[in-house]
Design a protein around this ligand. Sequence first.
Ligand SMILES: [Zn+2]
Length: 131
Amino acid sequence: MAPKLLTSAESNATLEELQQELNRLQRKVRITIQTQLASITGRSLGGLAENRELIASIQEVLEGHGLRIQCAECGHPAILRVSPRPGSSTGVFVFDHTLDGRRTFHGGGSVVPAIKLVAKPPRKKRRRAAG
Ligand SMILES: [Zn+2]
């Protein structure tokens, strides 16, 4: 018996369904993480090292799911970091991102900012200098 021929319409429909299902799951993951992280918004651990460890753990989870945190100031996808600041024992929370090709930090509050998750943008291909 000859194998049942797969039409391109069928394979396209299958892939489209798969993509839709994956998008739904990805959205659910994003909302779940965001909901959980809402409980630490507006708070801070007692010290710089502790805050850094907390944010590093969060970033690890986000990295695993291809997510970034949306900058509260400009809306670009960012990585949250804790930077030391003179006079502060806990450090400050900053959004680390590249704007117009330059590494830029926004934010700088002393507590965890509201966390809104966005998909990690695709890695930009380096363009060879033309001419
Ligand atoms: Zn920003």
